[in-house]
Design a protein around this ligand. Sequence first.
Ligand SMILES: [Zn+2]
Ligand SMILES: [Zn+2]
Length: 223
Amino acid sequence: MPAHPLIAAFYKSDIWRSFREMIILTRGTRCEHCGMLISEASNITLHHKEPLTPDNVHDATISLNPDNVLVVHGHPCHDEIEQRFGHEGQHKVFLVYGAPLSGKTTYVLKYKGRNDLVVDINNIFRSITHSEYKPQCLLTNAIAIQNTLIDNISTRNGKWQNAFIVGGYPDRYKRDLIKQQTGALPVLIDTPRDVCIARIEQTGRNKAEYTRYIEDWFERYVS
Ligand SMILES: [Zn+2]
Ligand SMILES: [Zn+2]
């Protein structure tokens, strides 16, 4: 329950009530956390990914932004989300790993707030090549940027809220290293091999090449 009176008042306002109603009408009542229908209307909760504070509650791009809310079960799903990602003044770090096309980016986009730091080698490659190609000759540079950001996370350098380190990380050794370095909580995106392979076509990627990446991850994966 929101403790601050400004936030409590916001949740009682007409503008919030009609926003909430509109979101539920357009999105339906399937929980965006567990995927089940929310059978009791009183258990429908809208979770703000970027949490409301007395400073941002009147900023509609946060408090009334459809992209910033998830429709979830109040219990137990919202409790779970708040426990995992809730802020309470602390910075949480997540190591989101799994096979190619397992849904790592979808997971991060679903839960991250706008002040969260995301370290993803694919995005680093995009920013240094301005393309979807990942030339091996630029790998050293991409890794240098990745290491700088992971180092920022280790030393809690910067004003980010939570941090997400995203990658395949099939080797337990590398995951343990990052956990030790940053205190990251591991989040395995546990999608079966055939589901990952079936997704290749939807993404328009090269089937043979991506099948090989996926097979390779499952061969190397050590739990
Ligand atoms: Zn749920
Ligand atoms: Zn919430």
